[in-house]
Design a protein around this ligand. Structure first.
Ligand code: ADP
Ligand code: MG
Length: 398
C-alpha cells in the first residue's frame, strides 16, 4: 500500500500538491471543470489539517512563447477559489523571488497556485524531461509532497517524479481511488470478468488487449477497432475504420483467444458520417464497398447483454460507435444502460468513454469512472507508472 496524505503530520507544513488541472480552456473560459472538482477532496483535507498548501499543475503543452498566454493557469485559480470558498493566490511564475516570498508569507490554511509547470519546457523541456535541478528546486519550496495528478502519473516529469525524489511523499485521495478501483480490480477480479473495448484505433490499445486478454473471461469488442479484427477474420468491412498495421496482431490474438473474444454480429452502417446520412442496420457480413460500420446492431447488443448480466466485474474502455452523432450512439447508450443495471463492479476508463456516459446521464451509475485518459490505459496495460512508483509504500524503511 502506498503512503497517502493521511500518513503525514500536516499542521503548519508547506505541502506541495501536484494536481491535474489540465482542463479545456477557451479564451479564458473553463469548458469542463471536472478535473478541478476531482482534486478538491485532497486540497480541502490539507487545508483542514492546517497546511500551507502549494498547488502545482501543468496545462496543455508549452512549445512557444505564444503557448504561455493560452495555457496560463490563472483561470483555474479563479474557478478553484470559487469551489473551495476561499482565496487561492495565483503566482505568475514557476520559480524565483516572487514565488519564494509568497511561500514565506503563507499562514496555515493558505492556498497558492503556481503557474503552469510546463512553462519550464521552453528551456530545454526541463519539466517534461525531469531535469534534476528543477525537481530539486521545486522540492526545496516545501516540506511534504503529495502527488494527486493521476492524469500525468504515467509520465516521468520534474513536477511529479522530480519533486517526489527529493521530499517525503505520498499520494492524494484521487490517485488512491484510481489505484483501489482499477489496479485492485485487475489484480483480483471477481469473476466472471468481462472487458468491453471500443474506440477508434487498435494500435492505441494493443498493450491493454495483451494484458487483459490473459486476465479477463470475456473480451467484447465494438467500435472502430472491431473492423480491423473483422477484416483479419476475412469479413468485408467496406470503408470502415481500418488499422492496417494492426491486422497481424488481430489475427494472432483471435487465433489464440478465439473463445474469449466476442465480435459484433450486426452493424449500423452508412456511406457518410453525419446526422443527415442515410443508415441501415444489417448483418456483419453485409457491409458493402462504399459503406462504413458506425455502430453495433441490436443482435450484438443482445449478445453483449447476455454475457454482461453474468459478470461480477466489467471494465469498459472505448465507445462502441460514433456516439457523438445521435444516429450512431445507440450501442454506446445501451451498453451504459446495461452496466448501470447489473450487480457487478463496473469501471469506465478513457476520455471519450467517460464523457459519453456522463453526457448520457450515467455519471453516478458505475463503481468508478476513471479521470485519466492515457494514464488509465497505461494502468490497464499493467505497465509502470513513474509518478506512482516513485511514492514509497507505507511500511517502507530507508
Ligand atoms: P477513449 O478516449 O474512451 O479511450 P478512443 O479515443 O479510443 O476512446 O475512441 C473514441 C472515438 O472512437 C470516438 O470519437 C468515436 O467516434 C470513435 N468511434 C467509435 N466507433 C467508431 C466507428 N465504428 N467508426 C469510427 N469511429 C468510431
Ligand atoms: Mg480518446
Amino acid at each position: 500500500m502506498k503512503k497517502t496524505i493521511r500518513d503525514f503530520e500536516l499542521e503548519n507544513k508547506k505541502v506541495i500538491i501536484r494536481c491535474d488541472f489540465n482542463v479545456p480552456i477557451d479564451n479564458g473560459l473553463i469548458l469542463d471543470d471536472n478535473r478541478i472538482r476531482s482534486s478538491l477532496e485532497t486540497i480541502n483535507y490539507a487545508i483542514e489539517k492546517g497546511s500551507k498548501v502549494i498547488l502545482m499543475s501543468h496545462l496543455g503543452r508549452v512549445k512557444t512563447v505564444d503557448d504561455k498566454v493560452k495555457n496560463s493557469l490563472e483561470p483555474v485559480s479563479k474557478r478553484l477559489s470559487e469551489l473551495l470558498g476561499k482565496e487561492v493566490k495565483f503566482i505568475k511564475d514557476t520559480r524565483g523571488p516572487v514565488l519564494e516570498e509568497a511561500i514565506l508569507k503563507m499562514n496555515s490554511g493558505d492556498v497558492i497556485l503556481v503557474e503552469n509547470t510546463r512553462y519550464e519546457d521552453l528551456d530545454s523541456k526541463k519539466e517534461s524531461n525531469n531535469d534534476l535541478e528543477l525537481g530539486k528546486y521545486w522540492a526545496s519550496l516545501g516540506d511534504i509532497f503529495i502527488n494527486d495528478a493521476f492524469g500525468t502519473s504515467h509520465r516521468n516529469h520534474a513536477s511529479n517524479v522530480g519533486i517526489a525524489s527529493n521530499l517525503p511523499s505520498g499520494i492524494g485521495f484521487l490517485i488512491e481511488k484510481e489505484l483501489k478501483n482499477i489496479k485492485s480490480t485487475i489484480d483480483e477480479p471477481k469473476r466472471p470478468f468481462a472487458v468491453i473495448l471500443g474506440g477508434s484505433k487498435v494500435s492505441d490499445k494493443i498493450g491493454v488487449i495483451n494484458n487483459l486478454v490473459n486476465i479477463a473471461d470475456y473480451i467484447l469488442i465494438g467500435g472502430g477497432m472491431s473492423y480491423t479484427f473483422l477484416k483479419a477474420k476475412g469479413n468485408p468491412i467496406g470503408k470502415s475504420l481500418l488499422d492496417n498495421d494492426s491486422l497481424e496482431f488481430c489475427s494472432d490474438i483471435l487465433s489464440k483467444y478465439n473463445e474469449k473474444i466476442i465480435l459484433p454480429v450486426d452493424v449500423v452502417c452508412s456511406s457518410e458520417i453525419s446526422e443527415e446520412s442515410i443508415s441501415r442496420e444489417t448483418d456483419i457480413n453485409d457491409i458493402s464497398e462504399n459503406e462504413m460500420g458506425l455502430d453495433i446492431g441490436v443482435k450484438t447488443i443482445e449478445n453483449f447483454e447476455t454475457i454482461l448480466k453474468k459478470c461480477k466485474t466489467v471494465i469498459w474502455n472505448g465507445p462502441v460507435g460514433v456516439f457523438e452523432i445521435d444516429k450512431f450512439s445507440n450501442g454506446t447508450r445501451k451498453i451504459a444502460e446495461i452496466l448501470s443495471k447489473i450487480d457487478a463492479t463496473t469501471i469506465i476508463g478513457g476520455g471519450d468513454t467517460a464523457s459519453a456516459v456522463i453526457n448520457f446521464g450515467y455519471k453516478d451509475s458505475f463503481t468508478h469512472i476513471s479521470t485519466g485518459g492515457g494514464a488509465t490505459l497505461v494502468m490497464l496495460e499493467g505497465s509502470s507508472m513513474p509518478g506512482i512508483d516513485v511514492i514509497k509504500d507505507l511500511n517502507y524503511e530507508k
